[in-house]
Design a binder for this molecule. Structure first.
Ligand code: HEM
Ligand SMILES: [Cu+2]
Length: 501
């Protein structure tokens, strides 16, 4: 029951509430125009609140412990499905308010030229969101009807296939949204400009084009689908979406390096990075998100997504280890980082507990890095996920022994959890504290809240160009070497499990 609550609250409710907020911000605030149909936006918000609250109440009543995925034939209370449908309808209306706002901005000519890159990223997230929510409706509405007895049977395999069109795509919304946040923070904190607008925009478009293919990595052990289908989609075609993420992973720090060099931090390979504002949680959170998402989330995702080596860790704690690196260390930390800038600006109040705020991204980031790594470690040693009694102590008779190191991993995970929970709670306290008690700033901010964009003269003055990013290229090489090594280690490990030769 607790794990069902955990999955739904964090991955569905927290993420999607924040993403709808990002959509509104990227349209109305960034384009300087009014929000289209505010009444509908309120309806959307109300539906989302009702859906989220109702879902929590129903799960807590105890007969809906079907996990976030709610695979049939597990059956939840009909209101469980209905609450998710209400929430999804609300989110869908929110997406349309966003699209409507873009139309308002265009008609009222509140911006010149093409959409800013950050808004463009939000558009891709919103397009993916529409696809996602429609897939969710296609599977959850019949399941709701089944739970009230109007539909006789839901095919188990069909359920999983359609559910993951929803479940996986929703992860691509998270990624598109947090990448847009990375670009936004690079611009806000450094005045950085994208290295190449065209390349970054193409990379966002690749998310829309290729995300569906990767949904198949959730069906790798399902019967009824051919190996050709699985391997083509996950081992070949999937890399196109991964490539898009790697492009962003290069261009975001690259644009920061270029901006820092233009402002005079030209010495050596990494002075630009050392001189970055590590005490500003908007920056530190964003950078930890970038590195954690790439190194931990990205590399393990590709490894798990290859049909053959996936089976090494299938359904073990490795899986939550991987996605806490993507969705917590990556998306959640990026959203936290943006909040440090956004909440004071929107509510016109100063941040409270600035000392704690400086440390918060490090606490949460370090804790979550530990959670991810140690869950992966335990999973590599065979500890299953979604299991309340891994040693079968309560079954009378059946037992299973794990290597001692597995328990060490679980203990280290527990210690990391404490750090991460303290970091997460600190974030909530700081944000709620700021909104309620932060010192009022009036109409004028105490300090300018956005660094002026780097100009062409500044790029040229320091003998560089927007493309001279040697430090970032070294970091990218470190990434590729780690990636290749880890990938091949897993193939070697797979070969060893066969005990041949
Ligand atoms: C301090 C913070 C967090 C800790 C310590 C934590 C820990 C865990 C653990 C240990 C599991 C796996 C349990 C199992 O499979 O047996 C889990 C599952 C999960 N977590 Fe987290 N988590 C945290 C925050 C988050 C956040 C912020 C998100 C999403 C944004 C998230 C998303 C999920 C999801 C989707 C599952 C899978 C639920 C399922 O299997 O149905 N977690 N979490
Ligand atoms: Cu997926």
């Amino acid at each position: 029951m607790v794990l069902t609550l955990h999955g739904l609250n964090v991955l569905i409710f927290w993420m999607i509430f924040f993403e709808i907020a990002i959509l509104y911000f990227c349209s109305s605030v960034l384009l300087g125009c009014r929000l289209a149909t505010p009444k509908w936006a309120w309806v959307a918000f109300l539906l989302m609140v009702i859906g989220a609250v109702m879902n929590n109440v129903i799960v807590l009543q105890g007969s809906s412990s079907v996990m976030m995925t709610s695979y049939v034939p597990l059956e939840a209370h009909p209101l469980f499905y209905l609450s998710l449908i209400l929430f999804a309808v609300g989110a869908l209306i929110g997406c349309f308010v966003f699209f409507g706002t873009l139309v308002v901005a265009k008609n009222e000519k509140t911006y010149e030229g093409s959409l800013p890159l950050v808004t463009f990223g939000a558009v891709t997230a919103a397009i993916i969101a529409v696809f996602t929510i429609v897939s969710g409706a296609i599977i959850l509405i019949p399941t709701f009807l089944w739970s009230v007895g109007l539909v006789g049977e839901i095919n188990v395999l069909a359920y999983r296939m359609v559910w993951w069109a929803f479940g996986h795509s929703s992860q691509q919304i998270n990624v598109a949204a947090h990448v847009a946040v990375w670009y936004a923070i690079a611009a806000i904190v450094f005045g950085a400009r994208p290295l190449s607008e065209k390349v970054s925009r193409t990379a966002f478009l690749m998310y829309i084009l290729f995300l569906q293919l990767a949904s198949v990595h959730h069906l790798l052990v399902d019967p009824g689908l051919s190996s050709n289908f699985k391997m083509f989609n996950t081992s070949y075609a999937m890399y196109l979406a991964v490539m898009a993420s790697m492009v962003h992973g290069l261009t975001v720090p690259g644009s920061i390096e270029a901006a820092q060099r233009a402002r005079g931090h030209t010495a050596g390979l990494f002075t630009w990075l050392r001189k970055a504002p590590w005490g500003n949680p908007a920056f530190s959170g964003m950078f930890i998100s970038l590195v954690g998402f790439g190194f931990l989330g990205g590399i393990t995702g590709v490894v798990m997504g290859a049909e053959q080596i996936n089976i090494l860790i299938h359904n073990t704690l490795y899986v939550p280890g991987h996605f806490h690196a993507t969705v917590v260390l990556g998306s959640t930390l990026a959203f936290m980082a943006l909040s440090y800038w956004l909440v004071p600006v929107l509510f016109r109040r100063e941040l409270v507990w600035k000392g704690l705020a400086r440390w918060q991204p490090y606490l949460f980031g370090l804790g979550m890095t530990g959670v991810s790594l140690f869950l992966m470690g335990a999973g590599t040693l065979g500890v299953p996920r979604r299991h309340w009694d891994i040693g079968f102590a309560g079954t009378g008779g059946i037992t299973h022994e794990f290597p001692a190191a597995a328990y060490t991993m679980l203990a280290l995970n527990g210690m990391s959890v404490i750090l991460a929970v303290v970091g997460g709670a600190a974030f909530c306290l700081i944000m709620v504290g700021t909104i309620l008690f932060g010192k009022k700033m009036g109409d004028h901010m105490a300090e300018p809240c956005i660094v002026a964009p780097v100009t062409d003269e500044e790029y040229n003055a320091n003998g560089g160009s927007a493309f001279a990013i040697p430090g970032t290229l070294i970091l990218a090489m470190v990434f590729f070497v780690s990636f290749a090594l880890y990938y091949f280690i897993n193939w070697k490990y797979l070969a060893e499990t066969w005990g041949v030769g």
